[in-house]
Design a protein around this ligand. Structure first.
Ligand code: FMN
Length: 396
């Protein structure tokens, strides 16, 4: 049976991943912060958007190639950075890198990755992006930026929405830690997922390879303690300036939920803004990123490229984001479900599925060009209230 019939949607991959992964590993990806209202709000808000099709438009084949920072990508979406990805499947980030390169979409490596940045960049080619959590030690931060430049990475996210570690009850309950704590519960959870356990044991326990090398203590525990001490603190505008001075490539502020943060970043010289609530993993009371998108892209105008992530899991979602003003969409969990369910073949399959869904949706709505989409495709009870979802008075 062809892949597309066996796994016709990211939801199918998600269900399969749930059956394949130990509970602690599945929960790490699936979970949000606190009571997880915010994580669900992301999906609810996207799903509540309705698009009005136009059938009597001039037909032409949709072209979903998208230009971003002067480079043409094959599709309007990319892979978000996700730390500790090898907990889902060995060397997950390298599978993302290969898939991103083959599909010609941006693929981002997290500071908290479990592979070496240089190997990732070699495999991802000119689709490689890096995400910086500015570490406490500025010398470490400077070196990471230098390494990213040296290995040919052209674009970098600076994540600001982790001023403190997220409060993630599922991980706390499961006793998730690096290296894993061997309790009867974790051993049992791994034992009943033999495919994952055999693959993970064969490849070795995941640890923070790119950042851990700066730790004096090279034991797994020592490196994990170092990483946790370096990350998860507020980022100041002075720090953002320093990063701007050191990095010559495209620079995107990740985790923007307020127009004032976008303004501050643009003033410093950042040329991209990623509207994101970290997939509902930081502040549970944060609005969904799609709700704040229209206000932020209108504040940003053409001074920077406005992009979005958090809750996007299919091509239809991507089209909705473009109708609301996004210029690019990033997806995290969708690709993680791909690698968790299908191993090395998963991320490429997700990219293909999503690209096909974007094309089909464009045909369905009667708008062959992504760049022609705008709020006039959105259904709202009172058209005078467009484009802001919040102002439309609808409830999500
Ligand atoms: C398991 C996991 C780990 C993550 N790790 C990071 C990270 O290291 N750095 C970062 O900037 N964002 C991280 N994020 C947030 C993603 O980059 C992205 O903003 C979020 O996943 C988007 O929401 P989605 O998963 O609904 O697509 C992580 C998300 C997940 C699910």
């Amino acid at each position: 049976m062809p892949f597309v019939n066996r796994y016709p949607s990211v939801d199918h991959l998600h269900q399969l991943a749930k059956r394949r992964l130990p509970k602690f590993s599945y929960d790490y990806v699936d979970g949000g912060t606190g009571p997880e209202v915010g994580r669900n709000r992301n999906r609810d808000a996207i799903e509540a958007i309705e698009l009005v099709p136009r059938y009597l438009t001039k037909w032409c084949e949709p072209n979903i190639e998208t230009e971003l920072f002067g480079r043409r990508y094959a599709a309007p979406f990319g892979i978000s950075p996700m730390g500790l990805a090898s907990l889902q499947w060995p060397e997950a980030e390298l599978h993302f890198a290969r898939a991103g390169c083959a599909a010609n979409i941006p693929v981002t490596l997290s500071t908290a990755c479990t592979v070496e940045m240089e190997e990732f960049a070699r495999l991802a080619g000119d689709c490689a992006w890096f995400q910086l959590y500015p570490p406490k030690d500025e010398a470490v931060s400077d070196d990471l930026i230098k390494r990213a430049g040296d290995c040919g990475i052209s674009a970098m996210f600076v994540t600001v929405d982790v001023p403190a570690r997220g409060w993630q009850p599922r991980d706390m309950y499961n006793g998730l830690s690096v290296p894993p704590r061997l309790t009867p519960a974790t051993i049992w959870n791994a034992a009943i997922r033999p495919k994952w356990s055999v693959a993970t044991l064969a490849s070795g326990m995941p640890h923070f390879k790119t950042l851990g090398r700066y730790s004096n203590d090279k034991s797994m525990r020592g490196m994990a303690d170092f990483v946790s001490d370096q990350l998860g603190r507020p980022v100041t505008t002075e720090r953002l300036k320093r990063i701007r001075d050191k990095w010559t490539g495209d620079l995107i502020l990740k985790g923007v939920m307020h127009a004032a943060d976008a303004e501050a970043a643009i003033e410093i010289g950042y040329n991209g803004i990623l509207v994101s609530n970290h997939g509902g993993r930081q502040l549970d009371a944060a609005p969904s990123s799609i709700e704040v998108l229209p206000d932020i892209v209108s504040a940003v105008g053409d001074r920077a490229t406005g992009m979005i992530d958090s809750g996007f899991s299919n091509g239809l979602d991507v089209v909705k984001a473009f109708a609301l003003g996004a210029k690019f969409v990033f997806c995290g969990r969708a690709f993680m479900w791909g690698v968790s369910a299908m191993g090395s073949k998963g991320p490429g399959h997700v990219a293909e599925l999503m690209a096909d869904e974007v094309k089909t949706t464009l045909v369905q709505v009667g708008c062959p060009k992504l760049s022609d989409l705008n709020e006039s495709w959105l259904w709202a009870p009172d058209p005078g209230n467009r484009p802001s979802l919040r102002r439309s008075g609808r409830t999500y």
